[in-house]
Design a protein around this ligand. Structure first.
Ligand SMILES: CCCCCCCCCCCCCCCCCC(=O)SCCNC(=O)CCNC(=O)[C@H](O)C(C)(C)COP(=O)(O)OP(=O)(O)OC[C@H]1O[C@@H](n2cnc3c(N)ncnc32)[C@H](O)[C@@H]1OP(=O)(O)O
Ligand SMILES: Cc1cc2nc3c(=O)[nH]c(=O)nc-3n(C[C@H](O)[C@H](O)[C@H](O)COP(=O)(O)OP(=O)(O)OC[C@H]3O[C@@H](n4cnc5c(N)ncnc54)[C@H](O)[C@@H]3O)c2cc1C
Length: 670
């Protein structure tokens, strides 16, 4: 990044760093070559006049955002083709920069539609659909959620009834609540979608299955007979995406349009069930595994913005007549920002782990070995929920830490927030996902009690709980991990005990589950937190990190662990695991870590390696010229392009000069 024009404050911050930013940046992305490649691809986007001439997203209406989103997405696809880029990760680097936090109206096409065809279709179906979908003749999405049901997939009401006479399925939306509602890219963009519908054949219901449905003409984009489709209207964010509704009026589609890799309906209507019914949920598992990194990136970018700004912003003379300190020197600012910085690192590392696990398990599934599906489901569901909660809450804190300017779209923070926060809901509402993880933990608990060996990341379950913490003034990483293991093991056991006592007291299984669900949620959250701490500790042992980088990252990792304990102290102390004295060690350590991390704070956010175009922020600029940028942003506002705004003639003039009148005054009978 260019050192030109960097403010003295940021230049000084960078010169104080005790480690090599490049070393950490390379580690986080997965090597020097990858970092170089990412920079190369992002620089192409940065230099491209097409992106330079785009109107600022924040000055666009929702309809303009969709228009711009589509135009950019198509341009991006063409450029990727032109550059011969087929690797998903490389495409992501380019997209991340070219349309940062502008959810693409083609996003579901490549994130879910193509992967669903790839994973759920037969070889013949792939041969037919993939070339069309890869060349954007078929543009598709994933239509599962309905007005009445999102979480409870088995409760979906859209039906697909097989008619052996014509060898067709009849798709129908029999009720208001059965209309598909929310799928991204559906309202105006897609001409096809994968529809999740209840399969009926030979008079029997077989649960939700996937069907390829054409909804618009591939010639003129007109809506096909038997289909009603549109957008759902404005949302909290996602203006660039045409989330839609869709319903079917006894629409007939060929038998071959059922995605039949794992389950089939023969011509005579005979149903062949899959090896495991949850194979049909595979596309959701893929996205859940990707969302962890996505949320982590959002939090990391918010930290870059807020920490750089805090190093430039000065406020309040420290003593009468004294210099106004950089706001980053206030301990309370560090207390809010540094744990989030640590969290951003931890979640990025967890995201890498879960995605790699997805790839490994997926490889096994391809070979017909489904053994690890439950672990992957528990890991991806829980971490998706944990990461999106942490990131969303953290981005908001970063915004607040920027004071008034944080509230402006110029900060870039609202754009990041509205892009990350729906991750708490889509791909499985977070509480529901945590409870899926808890369900798995309960099984592990009973297996542990029967003396069975558990997989690596749950081996702590069922351990002896009569231990005391080994924590000393030094706050060793091993003692931190032990504390998190103890807390998770205790909360898993407490939830299991609660379930057991409710059942023994006469409650039915489902009543006992609901009556224990708060504790189950606590247990799953503690489990995910433990995972993030342990994975962080393991990751910083990497050989590619220099000793100076390890020293700094050890502090960041310690802070992640210490802060997490202090924020959840009740759960760590309830059974006397920590003494009051040990809590004192942790509190002192946290404050010491703030001082430790302070000289490296800017370097630590630089190591995330986000160019200004990705951040889209006047406050988070690499050069720190925040005031000029804010002023330029204000001057570029469309409302500043005329001296007198049209509303003066409509509203103000009649108020100031009573000879004329306005609509509002007529209504008010003034
Ligand atoms: C590399 C670059 C990448 C670039 C891309 C990166 C981009 C990232 C960002 C992405 C942006 C994406 C845009 C937004 C997309 C949103 C799309 C959607 O929301 S789409 C809509 C998303 N909608 C949702 O997510 C809906 C959420 N709801 C659900 O998933 C389900 O209804 C359920 C899981 C809650 C229950 O399911 P139900 O059928 O009622 O099951 P039961 O309760 O009866 O449990 C039976 C047994 O099954 C087990 N099991 C369950 N699942 C799985 C699994 N997957 N596997 C294995 N096992 C599983 C379960 O554990 C249990 O085991 P056991 O205990 O018996 O042994
Ligand atoms: C931006 C965005 C994009 C989306 N894109 C798509 C898409 O492309 N395709 C698609 O099919 N869908 C999409 N969705 C829909 C999304 O997947 C669902 O909204 C999500 O799965 C949650 O389901 P729901 O809306 O039915 O929530 P609900 O289940 O109604 O949740 C409401 C509340 O009830 C609670 N709750 C529900 N069930 C339980 C339970 N069993 N135990 C405890 N608490 C429970 C939840 O915790 C939550 O607090 C999108 C949604 C959004 C916001």
């Amino acid at each position: 990044m260019s050192q030109e024009n960097v403010t003295p404050d940021l230049a000084r911050e960078r010169s104080k760093a005790t480690f090599d930013v490049e070393n950490l940046a390379e580690f986080m992305i997965g090597g020097r070559d990858r970092l170089k490649r990412k920079r190369f691809l992002q620089n192409i986007a940065i230099q491209d006049p097409f992106f330079k001439k785009q109107k600022s997203w924040s000055f666009c209406s929702v309809e303009e955002q969709y228009d711009m989103g589509l135009s950019k997405s198509i341009y991006i696809q063409k450029k990727l083709q032109e550059m011969g880029i087929t690797d998903m990760q490389e495409a992501f680097y380019y997209r991340e920069c070219a349309a940062a936090h502008e959810n693409s109206p083609l996003g579901l096409h490549y994130a879910m539609f193509l992967p669903t065809i790839n994973k759920q279709a037969t070889p013949e179906q792939k041969k037919k659909w993939l070339p069309l979908a890869e060349n954007y003749k078929m543009i598709g999405t994933y239509a599962q959620t309905e007005l009445g049901h999102g979480t409870f997939i088995r409760g979906l009401e859209t039906t697909a009834t097989y008619d052996p006479k014509t060898k067709e399925f009849i798709l129908d939306s029999p009720t208001l609540t059965s209309k598909k509602y929310w799928p991204g890219c559906l309202g105006k963009t897609s001409n096809h979608c994968v529809v999740m519908a209840q399969l009926y054949t030979q008079g029997k219901s077989h649960g939700p299955h996937m069907f390829m449905v054409q909804i618009r003409s591939m010639e003129d984009h007109s809506v096909l007979p038997g289909i009603e489709v549109g957008v759902i209207g404005n949302k909290f964010g996602y203006g660039t995406n045409d989330n839609g509704f869709l319903s079917f009026d006894k629409l007939r589609i060929p038998r071959e349009n059922m995605l039949m890799r794992y389950s089939q309906v023969h011509e005579d209507g005979t149903y062949v069930k899959p090896q495991n019914a949850k194979l049909a949920y595979g596309s959701m598992v893929l996205i859940r595994s990707s969302i962890v990194s996505d949320a982590a990136r959002g939090l990391a970018q918010a930290c870059v913005i807020s920490i750089r700004y805090s190093a430039v912003r000065r406020q309040t003379e420290a003593y009468p007549g004294g210099e106004e300190p950089q706001i980053l020197d206030y301990q309370t600012q560090q207390y809010r920002l540094f744990p989030l910085l640590a969290s951003a690192y931890s979640l990025q590392l967890a995201g890498k782990y879960v995605f790699n696990t997805y790839l490994e398990v997926n490889d096994q599934i391809e070979k017909g070995n489904l053994e690890s599906m439950p672990e992957l489901h528990a890991l991806s569901a829980g971490l998706k929920a944990f990461s999106t909660y942490e990131a969303s809450a953290g981005i908001e804190v970063c915004r607040i830490c920027c004071g008034g300017h944080g509230y402006s779209q110029a900060s870039g923070l609202p754009k990041i927030y509205v892009d990350v926060v729906p991750g708490c809901t889509y791909e499985g509402e977070n509480t529901v996902m945590m409870l899926q993880t808890a369900r798995y933990l309960m099984k592990c608990y009973s297996r542990a009690k029967q003396g069975q060996k558990l997989p690596g990341f749950v081996q702590y379950i069922g351990q002896n709980l009569n231990k005391k913490s080994c924590m000393s003034e030094e706050v060793a990483l091993g003692c931190l991990v032990m504390a998190y293991e103890h807390r998770a093991a205790r909360l898993v056991e407490a939830a299991a005990m609660r379930m057991q006592s409710l059942i023994q007291g006469g409650k039915k299984q489902h009543e006992a589950w609901n009556g224990s669900s708060v504790q189950l949620f606590w247990a799953a959250k503690a489990h995910c937190h433990l995972f993030c701490v342990k994975n962080f500790v393991d990751a910083i042992q990497a050989k590619s990190l220099s000793s100076k980088t390890v020293t700094v990252m050890k502090s960041v990792c310690q802070l992640y662990g210490v802060h997490g304990i202090l924020e959840n102290l009740g759960e760590f102390m309830q059974d006397g695991f920590f003494s009051g004295e040990q809590v004192g060690y942790l509190q002192r350590k946290m404050l010491a870590l703030f001082e430790n991390i302070r000289p490296n704070a800017v370097a630590l956010v630089d190591a995330f390696d986000y160019p200004d175009m990705v951040l889209g922020s006047c406050l988070g600029r690499y050069d720190g010229q925040v005031y000029q940028a804010l002023y330029d942003y204000a001057k570029s506002a469309p409302m500043n392009q005329t001296e007198i705004h049209s509303t003066y003639y409509k509203h103000l003039k009649p108020l100031i000069n009573p000879e004329t009148t306005s609509d509002a005054m007529q209504f008010a009978k003034l």
